[in-house]
Design a protein around this ligand. Structure first.
Ligand code: AMP
Length: 452
């Protein structure tokens, strides 16, 4: 069984700028929330590609010397998130290869649904794989394609894969950006202040480097970047949008605009809807930071119940390895989140989080708030119950570990030790993202309706 390790990642591409790798580096900083496991950049100086990738945060992977070696006016970058699976450096991106047309590097956000089938066929035909990444399939498909030009080989290759892919390819002289026909994962196009273009998973990367948002790369579209020319658009697939609604719920940064809408505003709408659907009298509304903040603001504004920062988050805790005993596990949560005792003591509080997945986080938080003296804790979740796993690039556990797939609301409420529990429903979620029905969005993690 292959591991799904192209999950929850970020991609960026810079074309036609003399500081390309630096701009890619800064962009990756603002996309760090999409993956903290590894980071990498490939650049091209027109003759040769250079790649640096390593485990760790963007800040730790690169320094001045490394960026200086990544010369040239085009660069692509990646931050990788991985589940507990293989965390070898081989699985960091960009994936680089030499082939008969020269050199190329690829970065990928998403998850291919036919990866195993494609890989097995390639292996049966003699291909040798170095990693567990879906993305390596693409290298082989491009290298083996009978087409003469790289652009045609890319078109050939993407027609053989299925699933979610926002991809950026770099060759010695060109850059290509491609989104699957459903546009599951975001990918936007922008113009750099001193000439050149940027593509990135989220527009928060544009703001940091002073780029102006042009538009989203369309579902099914391939953009070709060539020196001194406007990007050329090729419609590879008829678009049938199914944008990942979980980008709005949890994944994207609030200052980004994804699928044409502000993430912050949509998240706030979710909180407002939640206040209508699941009102309750309380003294305070408090968010689970950081994910629950915009929806808690929305809930508070709509209900008139004061918003307070009842839980502090320590931003400097990365992965902690102290797990073995229950006592140590509890300590681990407290290292990351601590209660503001003076604020919550003796109060009836509404706690807002963006989602409940396994239920362990909510349970620990509620216990912590009660120990800190909260009189009542009412849990409100600004998305519907997560009942089904994602095959298109969000890291959700198997169905047996999704609490809402296995317990009723009452049972979950009891398990997390809350005084009451309520979720947003699907209709209200769609209303929050200004959609009348689920046509344009993939809501499979809440409904089990998979398009592929
Ligand atoms: P749990 O219910 O303990 O599994 O975790 C729920 C918490 O994880 C919520 O606070 C969410 O903000 C956060 N969360 C939701 N989806 C993901 C994801 N794909 N990766 C990491 N954290 C997530």
């Amino acid at each position: 069984m292959l591991e799904n390790i192209n999950e929850k990642c970020a991609v960026v591409g810079i074309f036609g700028h003399k500081e390309a790798s630096r701009l890619a580096y800064f962009s990756l900083h603002s996309l760090q929330h999409r993956g903290q496991e590894a980071a990498g950049i490939s650049s091209s100086n027109g003759k040769k590609l250079q790649t640096i990738k390593k485990r760790g945060l963007v800040m730790r992977v690169f320094d001045e010397d490394k960026l200086n070696t990544l010369s040239g006016s085009s660069a692509i970058g990646h931050t990788r998130y991985s589940t507990a699976g293989d965390d070898s450096i081989l699985d960091a991106q960009p994936v680089f290869a030499r082939y008969d047309l020269g050199e190329m590097a690829i970065v990928h956000n998403g998850n291919l649904t036919n990866a195993e089938e494609v890989r097995n066929k390639l292996i049966a035909n003699g291909a040798i794989f170095q990693t567990f990444m879906d993305t390596e399939n693409l290298i082989h498909l491009i290298a083996k394609s009978e087409q003469k030009k790289l652009v045609d080989r890319i078109i050939d290759a993407v027609q053989r894969i299925e699933g979610a892919f926002s991809l950026v390819f770099l060759s010695r002289t060109k850059m290509f950006a491609m989104r699957d026909r459903h546009g599951f994962r975001p990918l936007s196009l922008g113009k750099l202040p001193n000439g050149g273009y940027i593509v990135a998973s989220e527009t928060c990367a544009f703001d940091l480097v002073g780029a102006i948002f042009i538009r989203d790369v369309k579902p099914g579209e391939l953009l070709v970047f060539r020196e001194g020319k406007e990007p050329k658009s090729i419609k590879v697939f008829e678009p049938t949008p199914k944008h990942c609604i979980f980008e709005y719920v949890y994944f994207a940064r609030p200052d980004s605009s994804v699928f044409g809408q502000s993430v912050y505003q949509t998240r706030k709408n979710m909180g407002k809807e939640l206040a209508h659907i699941a009102p309750i009298e309380a003294d305070l509304v408090i968010p689970v930071p950081d994910g629950g903040v915009p929806s808690a603001i929305g809930y508070s504004q709509e209900s008139g119940i004061p918003y307070e920062m009842g839980i502090m988050r320590n931003h400097y805790i990365g992965r902690t390895f102290i797990e073995p005993t229950q006592e140590m596990r509890d300590l681990k949560v407290k290292m990351k989140l601590s209660p503001m005792v003076d604020i919550i003591k003796g109060k009836k509080v509404i706690v807002i989080d963006d989602s409940i997945v396994r239920g362990t986080t909510s349970r620990r938080i509620i216990r912590m708030l009660k120990e800190a003296g909260a009189k009542e804790v009412h849990m409100r979740v600004s998305s519907p119950p997560t009942t089904d796993p994602c095959f298109y690039g969000v890291d959700t556990p198997d169905k047996e570990n999704l609490i809402a797939a296995n317990m009723s609301n009452e049972e979950i409420c009891k398990y997390i030790e809350a005084d009451s529990l309520a979720y947003l429903d699907e209709a209200a979620l769609l209303k929050s993202v200004n959609a009348n029905n689920e046509d344009k969005y993939c809501t499979a993690c809440f409904t089990g309706n998979y398009i592929i």
